[in-house]
Every structure is written in structure tokens, then in C-alpha cells.
Design a protein around this ligand. Structure first.
Ligand code: PMP
Length: 421
């Protein structure tokens, strides 16, 4: 029973784990955009295992690819040749713009960002990293320093050489949607806090954990210029925004028309398999040539087979355009709710990466975290699971599997309306 599982979890799993609901949900089965609890109750999943189940829970083509590979070969490491990982690297590189052609496979988003920072430091021979307040890039010793939210940091030194720029947040930031004005802060930061030379800059184009915050317009082109002038590399964290989720583009950075030097990806890349990657140019990758760098599981054949199936499904089912269509409809419905419910301060995002921020007062924008938790709990009781985020925990994060339909969007909006009422 859920009670027994909860008791075992409390006794034997880390006390740092947290549950999203006061009355916990136990999930035992998933099928496309639906999850089922131990009693067989169905939930519409609008959070996709924290933006990870990209093409659908247990998508038949992904399951089939994994099962097939599972019976053929599970693991050897990259000390032998294997076709799966090589073909996968080529297929992934084929989906990247510019000269982003060299792939490192790793196992998590944190590991990918750690490696990206290491590559930037090795290639530039500089140390300082510019990141954003409100950012989240991982939990490892390396990436924790990049996080701009104290809630995700452990009480210990966070490494050094990480500098947090003003967040270009159109809703809460001082300069609205004017990305150039926030970018000026990066120039100040480089001048004031670094030797004038930096290793790199890391950002998502839409902050995920931070509460679905799309960076202010024109921000990235301006910052990329400043960073490159200071000798640094530009790292795009596509852990949440990649693989077509934002609808208009396959990669989130394309929203601002920039070309990064290093791209990191995880979560949706493997539909839930422990798989992540760093993609960069041959010139930058050369920083590591002649040196050993290795991880045991990276590019293992089962994960590679699953990742390849994800790429195929996103293309064959037209999921990128689908996210654009369904996301536009859902955004419209959520904006309609904002007209009716004063507690909604902001509705934002693109494609199937949407956020709804709750506030106690639209003028002061005082966050409404307890209201957010209460509405999420009611929506769960009404059969819809969502996530939440933002520094104060007052933003609904709506990031379902990409197979989410227009009917699902309408249902979610109706349930949210009822819960808010
Ligand atoms: N980057 C972003 C943008 C993320 O959202 C996350 C995970 N929430 C990470 C990196 C870290 O990924 P992982 O949990 O796989 O280490």
C-alpha cells in the first residue's frame, strides 16, 4: 500500500527527498500522457516525470527499441566499438546547427553541465563562469555553484569563480522584456568580478526549475557577444527546453537566434532513461584530446537505443509542431483563467513549457506559495498532476509529455478553473 511504501521510504531513503503532495500519490504504471496509481486511478500527467518523459510514458516504439537492445547487449563501455552509440551520436549531431558535431554521452543533466564547464575552462584556459540568478543547472559539486536559487544549494562552500548576473525575467525583473538592459549587467559583472577574461556563460533560454521564465527578448545575442569578447564560451542548457518541446524550435536557444559553443541535454533526451549529452565543436572538443576522459555508463547500448527511438518518434509523429499547436491553445485557455482569477499574476512560456505564477496581490507581486500548493493538491484530486517551481514555489509548471492533446489542454484548464474557484 502507499502507506507501507511511505514508511519504507522514510526509513531507508534519503531524508532530503520531498513529495509534491500532502496526500502522496503512488504511481505504478504509465501510458503515454497518463499515469495510474496502485488502485488503478488514472491521472492526466502534465509534468512528465519533471519534464523528462518527452514522447509519452512507455511509448511503444521506445519500449520496443529498449527491449530489443536489452536482449542483444546491455553494456560493454566505450572501450569496444558498438554501432548503437556511434549511430546515435551521428543522429544527434545531424539535429544540431552549425559545427556542433562532437557528442559526449553522460548520465544526468548535472554531469553534462559539469563537463560543459570543464570543457569551457580547458579550452579557454580561463576560470570564471557567468550564470544567472534564479538558474538551476544541477546538484553536483561543480554545478551547484551555478545555481542562482539558495533553495537548491547545500550549506557548504559552492566552489569559486561563479558569478550570478541579474535575471532577465520579464515579469519580476527591473527592465521588463528589454533583454539589452539586463545584458549590460553582464558587462559590469565581467568588469567588476573577473580578471576581464571568462571561461564561459551558461543559461537556459526558458528557466525551468526557476519557474518557467523565458529570458527577456534580445538578451542572449547581446550576452553571447560580451562573453565572446571576454574570451569565453557560450553554453546552452537544453535539459528542459530541447527536442521540440517549445514548439517553434527544436532547441530552446533558437528562440533568441543564437548559436552556442556547447549544448547540454538530458531529461527528454531519453524519455526517462538515465541518459544525457554534451555536444560541442571539434575545436572545443580538442581541448580534451590526448587526455583520458571517461565514464562507465555513458552511451551504453540500451540507453542509446532508447535515445535513438526518441529522436525518431519526435520526427515521425511531428511532435515539435504538435507542441506548438497544443501549447498555443493551452496558453490561450490559461490566459482566459487569468482574467477570471486575480490570484494569477502571470501566464507565460511557449509550446508545452508553460508557467502560471500565483500572487497574493498583482501590484506587489507577493508570491502565493500556499495557494499554489493547495490548488495543485485539488487538481491532483480532480485527476491532473502538475509541477511547481520558482524560488518561492508559487509557479505551476505545466510540461506534459509531448503527446498531450488539445482535449487534454482543455481538460487541464477546466480542472484548474475549478480548483482555483
Ligand atoms: N539543468 C536543468 C535545466 C535542469 O532542469 C536539471 C534538472 N532539473 C538539471 C540541469 C540537472 O539534471 P539532473 O537532475 O539530471 O542532474
Amino acid at each position: 500500500s502507499a502507506e507501507e511504501v511511505l514508511a519504507m521510504r522514510k526509513q531507508h531513503l534519503s531524508p532530503s527527498l520531498f513529495l509534491h503532495f500532502k496526500k502522496p500519490v503512488m504511481i505504478v504504471e504509465g501510458k503515454m500522457q497518463y499515469l495510474y496509481d496502485e488502485r488503478g486511478r488514472r491521472y492526466l500527467d502534465a509534468f512528465a516525470g519533471i519534464v523528462t518523459v518527452s514522447v509519452g510514458h512507455c511509448h511503444p516504439e521506445v519500449v520496443e527499441a529498449i527491449n530489443h537492445q536489452n536482449q542483444l547487449l546491455q553494456h560493454t563501455t566505450t572501450i569496444y566499438l558498438n554501432n548503437q552509440v556511434a549511430e546515435y551520436a551521428k543522429e544527434l549531431a545531424d539535429r544540431m546547427p552549425g559545427n556542433l558535431k562532437v557528442v559526449y554521452f553522460v548520465n544526468s543533466g548535472s554531469e553534462a553541465n559539469d563537463l560543459a564547464i570543464m570543457l569551457a575552462r580547458l579550452h579557454t584556459r580561463n576560470w570564471d563562469i557567468i550564470c544567472l540568478r534564479n538558474a538551476y543547472h544541477g546538484m553536483s559539486l561543480g554545478t551547484m555553484g551555478t545555481c542562482g536559487q539558495h533553495t537548491w544549494k547545500q550549506p557548504m562552500p559552492q566552489g569559486f569563480g561563479y558569478h550570478h548576473a541579474l535575471n532577465p525575467d520579464p515579469y519580476r525583473g527591473a527592465f521588463g522584456d528589454d533583454g539589452r538592459r539586463y545584458a549590460a549587467d553582464v558587462a559590469d559583472l565581467i568588469g567588476a568580478a573577473t580578471p576581464g577574461r571568462v571561461a564561459g556563460f551558461i543559461a537556459e533560454s526558458i528557466q525551468g526549475v526557476g519557474g518557467t521564465v523565458p529570458l527577456a527578448s534580445g538578451y542572449l545575442p547581446e550576452v553571447y557577444k560580451l562573453i565572446r569578447q571576454a574570451g569565453g564560451l557560450c553554453i546552452a542548457d537544453e535539459v528542459q527546453t530541447g527536442f521540440g518541446r517549445t514548439g517553434r524550435h527544436y532547441w530552446g536557444f533558437q528562440r533568441q537566434g543564437v548559436l552556442p559553443d556547447i549544448v547540454t541535454m538530458a531529461k527528454g533526451i531519453g524519455n526517462g532513461l538515465p541518459l544525457a549529452a554534451v555536444v560541442t565543436t571539434p575545436e572545443i572538443a580538442a581541448a580534451m584530446s590526448g587526455r583520458l576522459h571517461f565514464n562507465t555508463y555513458g552511451g551504453n547500448p540500451v540507453c542509446s537505443a532508447g535515445g535513438r527511438a526518441v529522436l525518431r518518434v519526435v520526427d515521425s509523429a511531428g511532435l515539435q509542431a504538435h507542441c506548438g499547436r497544443v501549447g498555443a491553445r493551452l496558453l490561450g485557455r490559461l490566459r482566459g483563467l487569468a482574467e477570471k482569477h486575480d490570484v494569477i499574476g502571470d501566464v507565460r512560456g511557449e509550446g508545452l513549457m508553460l508557467g502560471v505564477e500565483l500572487v497574493r496581490d498583482r501590484r506587489t507581486k507577493e508570491p502565493a506559495p500556499s495557494e499554489t500548493a493547495a490548488v495543485m493538491e485539488s487538481m491532483k484530486d480532480l485527476g491532473v498532476l502538475m509541477g511547481k517551481g520558482g524560488l518561492a514555489g508559487n509557479v505551476f509548471r505545466i510540461k506534459p509529455p509531448m503527446c498531450f492533446t488539445e482535449g487534454d489542454a482543455d481538460f487541464l484548464a477546466e480542472v484548474m478553473d475549478e480548483a482555483l474557484s
